[in-house]
Design a protein around this ligand. Structure first.
Ligand code: NCD
Ligand code: ZN
Length: 368
């Protein structure tokens, strides 16, 4: 990472181009509306398979990968599409065949597989109810070196929603790691000090992604002056002590923690509803959002490791050869801030209306 002042004297940083190790790109019109935001900043992205129906076969993943690249070509041009690599994941069900995963991995289609406990989050109904039913799948992944990505929350309605991650670690993750000591596991979008500690103390085969929103908000933000559906996601934001633990972990330089935005767009109408969807759309300013946190923690020198190095090292993939430059914004007390609503072209007559994370705020960095 190198630093040069810009002509106006503000800080300017050049870092290796980052990757997003957890993103929801959706499909159809919404895909076309959002994919350019991710590809603008990130060279590669681990694409979540929770479509309807979920991505459970090699053929579906190939088709989805083609739709992603052609949507990007339509929205941002052929050059943007040539620079971006979607890394596909398989959605684990209780009936998926190990042979299908193994073939997809060997053919370079499936980079990883995603475990959703059934009912834990958006489009997770086809997920796994009983981990014992996927033992053969996990054994196969362990043998071929295919990472398992986990949405780590129990679905037991008797467990308080704010405790579901910590309980998952004790009830399911610990025994799973003992049963599969060679399996590479990413605990996705961690939200608690418990998860930070567990990953720090866990085996070298265990890592975690951290989202920008869990670094910025605690659970109070959901109720700030009224109900804030745009800040509702799963796992839900926790108490301040947990946010502080996540900030310490992300900025520590520990290679077990890396960038995964969990950008999860839902149309404004689906968020502002009597039963609003879970998911925060942070892709438009994701790198800026992380840079703000690293700056506030006096750890901007750790941003490159978190954003661009720890992830590929864990996955066993090459680092990106090219770079990206961010520049510090001069604060503007009269400035309007970021747009409150995005109306994104998507190839239909109606634009996709989405509220981005940091709507109306000013951020201290921007991608050049
Ligand atoms: C995600 C979505 O909308 O697909 N929602 C979310 O709140 N993060 C699903 C998920 O990752 O849990
Ligand atoms: Zn997600």
């Amino acid at each position: 990472m190198s630093e040069f002042p810009s002509s106006s004297g503000t800080r300017r940083l050049t870092l290796r181009r980052p990757d997003d190790w957890h993103v929801h790109l959706r499909d159809g019109a919404l895909l076309q509306a959002v994919v350019g935001h991710t590809a603008r900043q990130f060279a590669r992205a681990i694409v979540m398979p929770n479509l309807k129906p979920p991505i459970t076969s090699v053929a579906q993943a190939r088709g989805y990968r083609e739709r992603i690249l052609s949507a990007l070509e339509r929205s941002a041009g052929a050059e943007a599409a040539a620079r971006f690599t979607p890394l596909m994941t398989a959605y684990l069900t209780e009936t998926i065949e190990p042979a299908e995963l193994e073939r997809g991995h060997a053919e370079g289609v499936f980079t990883a597989a995603k475990l959703y406990p059934a009912g834990a989050t958006t489009n997770s109904d086809a997920g796994v109810r009983d981990l014992a039913r996927i033992t053969a799948v996990l054994t196969c992944m362990e043998r071929i070196g295919m990472p398992l990505l986990i949405h780590g929350e129990v679905t037991d309605p008797a467990v308080d929603i704010f405790d579901r991650e910590a309980v998952f670690i004790e009830r399911h993750l610990k025994p799973l790691l003992e049963r599969h000591p060679q399996l590479k596991v990413v605990l996705e979008h961690i939200t608690t000090a418990d998860a930070v500690r567990f990953v720090e103390q866990g085996p070298a085969t265990l890592a975690a992604t951290i989202t920008p929103h869990h670094l910025h908000i605690n659970r109070n933000a959901l109720f700030q002056g009224g109900l804030r559906p745009d800040l509702y996601c799963l796992p839900v934001a926790k108490r301040e002590q947990h946010r502080l633990a996540l900030r310490a972990a992300a900025t520590s330089g520990n290679p077990k923690f890396f960038l995964g935005t969990d950008s999860a767009p839902h149309l404004r109408a689906a968020k502002e509803s009597s039963c609003g969807c879970a998911g925060i759309y942070n892709a438009p300013y994701a790198l800026e959002s992380y840079a703000q946190v690293f700056g506030e923690e006096n750890a901007i020198d750790q941003l490159e490791g978190f954003a661009s190095i720890h992830g590929p090292r864990f996955y066993g993939l090459p680092l990106n050869p090219d770079t990206i430059t961010i520049e510090q914004n001069t604060p503007d007390p009269d400035g309007a801030g970021l747009p409150a609503l995005l109306e994104l072209a998507n190839g239909t007559d109606q634009p996709s209306r989405l509220v981005p994370f940091h709507a109306g705020e000013q951020l201290s960095w921007r991608v050049l």
